[in-house]
Design a protein around this ligand. Sequence first.
Ligand SMILES: Cc1ncc(COP(=O)(O)O)c(C=O)c1O
Length: 318
Amino acid sequence: MGDGGFMASYYNNETILFLNGEFVKAAEAKMDFYSQSLHYGYSVFEGIRSYKTVTGETKIFKAVEHYERLKNSAAAMNMPYHWTTDELIEATYETLKRNKLQDAYIRPVVYAPQNMKFDVNEQSFIVIEAWEMQPFLGDKLLRVMTSSFQRPNPKAFYIHAKAAGHYVNSILASQEAKAKGYDEALLLDMNGYAAEAPGANLFYEKGGKLVTPALGNILPGITRATVLELCNELNIETEEKFFTLDELKTADAAFYCGTAAEVIGMKSLDEYEFPLEWNNSVSRKIQLAYKELVTAPFRLPPKGEAINAQPLLIEVND
Ligand SMILES: Cc1ncc(COP(=O)(O)O)c(C=O)c1O
């Protein structure tokens, strides 16, 4: 995982976070050094972005989808979860407001109490942090390297869950790619098919069609789903299937997508240079449509109406 050359400043003396129902100063917040989460990577989290819309409002993009995934991740990991999506979305908007943030990266983490045994906990805790972040992988076309690390085997982990421990694999892959002078890694799955980046999903373009790895051995990305929705609206043909590295190296273009990475094109994969000029690709159209979608205006619902009644996919112009 990288900062793409943009280091985030996570917090300062003024920063407020949401900690188990209260808003507290990040600099004064405490975490338990005996937490099972710290020792074993046993926690679940989300990565969400908010945007300043073109009309100046703050909009958390796909808030419901992210908090529903957090709940599902906790359930997969047998972690107690006693929050509602609505209350967490409200707490997140309040966290943004208290930190005067509009374009932000938001990181909720559900973590465990003290427990060095491998049994189920009776309690979970939650923290919601937010900070300013530039594009996670930068904004230039990426030079990608096929990793020597595979994605975790779904028979070893619940791969659809966004669990902290899974990210040791991501860190190793990203560090390896950077040490070899690349921008990012591409990991294969345990069957040798192209899977995903350490923190983003993969698409390739061939003859105007977009192809992405089928679900099963990857994190089911919310951005991946959004790209598929955008393709549907823009009449771009798509396919979800398992494919090899050899097939990927015949593509016209390719990109990674994720909440943090947004939509970011690839220049090359190992020795293979994607031949299609990025600005002439269908992938570029999707990159622009995604940018337009995340910053499209929307109004908060009138008081008393559920926050998740907000329209989540807003019209995109061709
Ligand atoms: C391993 C992995 N794959 C894919 C993604 C993209 O998911 P999303 O679009 O929901 O952010 C992420 C980021 O959360 C990730 O960590």
